[in-house]
Ligand binder design. Structure first.
Ligand SMILES: *[C@@H]1O[C@H](CO)[C@@H](O)[C@H](O)[C@H]1NC(C)=O
Ligand SMILES: *[C@@H]1O[C@H](CO)[C@@H](O)[C@H](O)[C@H]1NC(C)=O
Ligand SMILES: *[C@@H]1O[C@H](CO)[C@@H](O)[C@H](O)[C@H]1NC(C)=O
Ligand SMILES: *[C@@H]1O[C@H](CO)[C@@H](O)[C@H](O)[C@H]1NC(C)=O
Length: 376
């Protein structure tokens, strides 16, 4: 009898079939469950995995972490929610100060006759303020110590926002310091802030040591170096953006941990980077990219120019209110100047509604000049 030898053939066939099905199964599995980015992308792009690098998607299309997905959906719904209509919207004036406010009398003049259109909140971080104007009495919120350049500064800003958000009439939230003064009449400021959809958050890219030089890779992957921005802390934000700031936990935590004085041998100041970076990432077209509070850095010192009584003149005030373009300069050797017009609802106009820094001694000359420079 011829010896038939079907067995090795069928065994080989079965072996091939199972191998093919195994390959198919793993392909299907890989398709259904693509490689997740477990909290960071660098896992895949690290040198250990470099042979795999080429066929993996680039970093920017990496799957977001659970926390990022959660943050993004919350932000998206806050940003797209329709604005709740209120009869008379208010502007919240939030004062961040160590103690008493030297310009209460000036502000009183500014607010005079506009009850119901504004509200005041005072966060005094060092000592209980003595109020000389009745409109400031009872407006202190519970406060905590603020250390310059540390996250406690951002915490104080958030505390002010949380208090001001309790009043549903507040639609625009302005952060001011004890050395800030108003540059225009109340009606002007009110119209400027209420009849716009923009938040005035200063935001620019500075590749130099005082900008991106303060970034650390520990902020990866949520905050990449390309997104790191800089800007003045003195903001004015729409209600939806105020809510967004309070809703953010993820990015706030990154700045709390990795943007502070003494970070990697350098200094990072959360109040100058957190909000510009957050809004650059989350809602870049919702912000004006300049602050409505003027400050003069032209002397090139560590601190901006502080005005004394002798500096105060009608000409100075007119000069500041006439500025209609915002200016930034990078801190690298190139010192690249970025100059852009201030566009309010598409029209070029004045950039600034407030100004700092003014010494308390300027109160009297300012009180005298106020009706003149604001055309009251
Ligand atoms: C602001 O946005 C709302 C809703 O999108 C729109 O109806 C309104 O005209 C906008 N206002 C300005 C000043 O652009
Ligand atoms: C602010 O800058 C961003 C880019 O960083 C830009 O997309 C946005 O249009 C700017 N905002 C305005 C009002 O021009
Ligand atoms: C106001 O601006 C003019 C023109 O730039 C300048 O010559 C003048 O010194 C400025 N005055 C003050 C007080 O800043
Ligand atoms: C303010 O304006 C009034 C009227 O135009 C003028 O008489 C007065 O001298 C001005 N005051 C100052 C300090 O410029």
């Amino acid at each position: 009898m011829p010896v038939s030898r079907p067995r090795p053939t069928s065994r080989r066939l079965r072996w091939i079939i199972s191998l093919v099905s195994l390959v198919c199964a793993s392909l299907i599995f890989a398709y259904v469950y693509p490689p997740l980015r477990y909290s960071n992308c660098y896992f895949f792009s690290s040198s250990i995995c470099s042979p795999f690098k080429d066929w993996l998607p680039p970093i920017n299309s990496c799957v977001l972490s659970d926390e990022e997905i959660a943050s993004r959906v919350v932000f998206r719904d806050i940003l797209s929610a329709p604005t709740v209509k209120v009869n008379i919207p208010k502007v919240a004036f939030m004062f961040l100060t160590p103690g008493s406010l030297p310009f209460e009398k000036l502000w009183e003049k500014f607010f005079e006759g506009h009850d119901g259109k504004y509200s005041i909140y005072v966060h005094a971080s060092r000592e209980t303020p003595v109020h000389v104007s009745p409109i400031f009495v009872g407006r202190d919120i519970r406060s905590a110590k603020v250390v310059w350049g540390k996250i406690s500064m951002v915490d104080a800003e958030k505390r002010l926002l949380a208090n001001a958000l309790q009043d549903t009439h507040n639609q625009q939230f302005v952060l001011l310091s004890d050395s800030c003064i108003p540059l225009h009449s109340f009606d002007y400021v009110y119209r400027y802030l209420i009849h716009t959809n923009l938040s005035f958050i200063d935001c620019f890219e500075d590749p130099g040591p005082l900008g991106t030089g303060r970034y650390t890779t520990q902020m990866n992957p949520e905050v990449v170096e390309n997104s790191f921005r800089k800007g003045s802390q003195w903001f004015s934000v729409k209600r939806k953006h105020a809510l967004l700031i309070l809703a953010d936990y993820l990015y706030y935590t990154k700045f709390k941990l990795y943007c502070k004085p003494g970070m990697e041998g350098g200094n990072c100041y959360a109040d100058e980077h957190y909000l510009p970076t957050l809004f650059y990432m989350i809602d870049p077209t919702g912000i004006a990219n300049w602050s409505v509070t003027h400050v003069d850095w032209s002397e090139g010192k560590w601190h901006p120019k502080a005005y004394q009584a002798q500096d105060i003149s009608y000409e100075l005030m007119k000069n500041i209110t006439a500025i209609d373009e915002h200016y930034h300069v990078t801190s690298d050797e190139k010192k690249v100047e970025q100059i852009k017009p201030c566009l309010w609802n598409g029209e070029r106009g004045t950039c600034y509604l407030f100004a700092r820094k003014f010494y308390p001694e300027t109160l009297m000359p300012l009180l005298q000049l106020f009706p003149n420079y604001t055309n009251l």
